[in-house]
Write a protein that binds this ligand. Structure first.
Ligand SMILES: Cc1ncc(C[n+]2csc(CCOP(=O)(O)OP(=O)(O)O)c2C)c(N)n1
Ligand SMILES: [Mg+2]
Length: 576
């Protein structure tokens, strides 16, 4: 029960009153939202203080974008909306990238921003941090609401929570004008106005006919493939998904953040035979994975010449036929769909054709064997494979640790090299390939799970959120950051042909990012060989102390744009 009402003397009579500040806090607590990521300032400084005093954990960041990314991944990890709290106009805009990112990635998140005087904003009379935030947020998120009266705070939060987590999850904007916080009302009426959201993300049961259709298509497959996306990881239906995949006997691929839903070392994993299975499969079952650019839109060279049938399991009906025809759409929440599929398969489901399975496995084993010696490279400066070989072993020995990963080469190669063993342990740039998620994700992962975090960061990628190392030190979080320092974006060797400024992709050579950590009382280490790197990471993971390791990588080792250089536009005209 809310207990934050204050007794005030009203002239003539005494009555219990509450206000907007307290109602916001009560609404959050009533709905089990106990952690807030944000940056203080007018008009939400006191709100943050009062939240903290009321037992909510308020993590104060150095920039709202990082707080926003933290909230977005908190939503992914917990299936509850992650909340980011910002000031008006500039703070709101700083948080907005993360809100749009949450929506694109289908993570439940609520961005709560204080806003300026409505009357002045709407007449554009130049208020402090004036901006029509609601209008700006609307096209970038799943839903946007504004609360003008203290009595509507309960409903406002209920709507925001439901919108964020139900159906396909996404980002929600909640606009709280400064005036709202000081509005007072009768405490009892205030308490009654609060809403506890019941069954915020109702199960969506698939139609029996759609389940049967999907199973019929799967049964007819000669070369089946299952693709698991991060939607499947989000669903937290891990046992059912594993049972289903194993019952089919089909090779499976896991998209980047789905890695570990089943161990990457599972007998059916086709992770190291990706191009073969995408090209040659005749039936492809997508579970919580979209046919966007990350899967080459389901067509073209990647997918080969032979006709294919797609089965797609997704909570969003509009996802079907987004890029190619879906022969068997299965719409519902992933847990319910997979359970229904398992039940429909009965006791004598035929094994996946053995010639296909053995072809895929051979390809996979050959590729793994070819990669193995590279991972032993012990050069100094390190190349990517040598450094990643060391980190691969660490994750194998510490499967509960959470891996955060961003960069270009640092991302693409780490994704391929480092096997994951448990669900929702790999957090990365997601659908947009956005740089800047690193420290926000690392902080939220440590806060929400209590597990140690290993953040593998390109030196450029790290720069987008690097100041949050102070936040990591301030809250004493068990985060170990490894910076793959190759002196730049993709490579550190570019030269500006005009000979004036440095090339656009290079940074100061031989930078020592480890010194940044020392500035805030964390541990900083410079590692020049895989052995040194391994020792330093193990020490950090054992101690739980905030640590930053500057891993010196050969500046010539990377390639342009990592694995997606083909997306760079080309012209027939010669480059100047
Ligand atoms: C917000 C944002 N800005 C810019 C980019 C373009 N971009 C893609 S990867 C990358 C950095 C790659 O360099 P680094 O992190 O050092 O990785 P490396 O390839 O050098 O290992 C950049 C700037 C992006 N993806 N997102
Ligand atoms: Mg780099």
């Amino acid at each position: 029960m809310p207990n934050t009402a204050t007794k005030i003397e009203a002239p003539g009579a005494e009555q219990e009153l509450t206000d907007g500040f307290h109602l916001v806090i009560d609404a959050l607590k009533l709905n089990g939202i106990n952690t807030i990521y944000g940056v203080p300032g007018i008009p939400i400084t006191d709100l943050g203080r009062m939240m903290q005093a009321a037992g909510i954990r308020v993590l104060s960041f150095r920039h709202e974008q990082n707080a926003g990314y933290a909230a977005s991944i908190a939503g992914y990890l917990t299936k509850k909306p992650g909340v980011c709290l910002t000031v008006s106009a500039p703070g709101f805009l700083n948080g907005l990238t993360a809100l749009a990112h949450a929506t694109t990635n289908c993570f439940p998140m609520i961005l709560i921003s204080g806003s300026s005087e409505r009357e002045i904003v709407d007449l554009q009379q130049g208020d402090y941090e004036e901006m029509d935030q609601l209008a700006i947020a609307k096209p970038l998120c799943k839903a946007a609401f504004r609360v003008l009266h203290a009595a509507d705070i309960g409903i406002g939060f209920a709507r925001a929570i439901r919108a964020a987590v139900s159906g396909r999850p996404g980002g929600v904007y909640l606009d709280l004008p400064a005036k709202l916080f000081g509005q007072v009302m009768n405490a009892e009426a205030g308490a009654r106005s609060l809403v506890k959201v019941i069954d915020a993300a109702p199960a969506q049961i698939p139609a029996a006919s759609a389940v049967k259709r999907a199973l019929d298509v799967l049964k007819g497959a000669k070369r089946p493939l299952i693709v698991l996306g991060k939607g499947a990881a989000y669903a937290q239906a891990d046992d059912e998904i594993r049972a289903f995949v194993e019952k089919t006997g089909a090779p499976f691929l896991q998209m980047s953040m789905a890695k570990g839903l089943l161990p990457d070392t599972h007998a059916q994993s086709a992770g190291a035979a990706r191009s073969t299975v995408l090209r040659d499969a005749d039936v492809v079952m997508l579970i919580g994975a979209r046919l966007n650019w990350l899967l080459s839109h389901g067509k073209g060279k990647t997918w080969g010449e032979a006709p294919k049938k797609f089965i797609q399991v997704d909570i969003e009906p509009k996802e079907m036929d987004s890029n190619v025809e879906i022969a068997a759409p299965l719409v519902g929440d992933i847990g319910s769909c997979v359970s229904a599929l398992l039940e429909g398969m009965g006791g004598n489901w035929p094994a996946a054709p053995s010639d296909w399975v053995s072809t895929v496995n051979k390809k996979r084993d050959d590729n793994v064997a070819r990669m193995a010696p590279k991972l032993m490279n012990n050069t100094s400066p390190m190349d990517y494979h040598g450094a990643l070989g060391a980190l691969k072993t660490i994750i194998k020995e510490r499967p509960d640790a959470i891996l955060v990963n961003e960069g270009a080469n640092t991302l693409d190669l780490a994704r391929g090299v480092i096997d994951m063993y448990k669900p929702r342990k790999r957090l990365d740039v997601g659908t947009w390939g956005v740089m800047g998620i690193g420290m926000g994700y690392a902080i939220a992962a440590a806060v929400e799970t209590g597990k140690p975090v290993l953040a593998i960061e390109g030196d450029s990628a790290f720069g987008f959120s690097g100041m949050e190392v102070e936040t990591i030190c301030r809250y004493h979080l068990p985060v170990c950051i490894v910076i793959f320092n190759n002196n730049g974006i993709y490579r550190g060797t570019d030269v500006n042909s005009a000979g004036s400024d440095p090339a656009t992709t290079v940074f100061v050579k031989g930078s020592r990012y480890d010194k940044m950590m020392e500035a805030f009382g964390g541990v900083g280490i410079n590692a020049t060989s895989p052995d040194e790197l391994k020792r330093a990471v193990n020490q950090a993971m054992d101690s739980g102390k905030p640590t930053l390791i500057n891993a010196v990588i050969d500046p010539a080792a990377g390639t342009e744009s990592g694995r997606i250089g083909n997306l760079n536009p080309q012209s027939v005209l010669k480059k100047k």
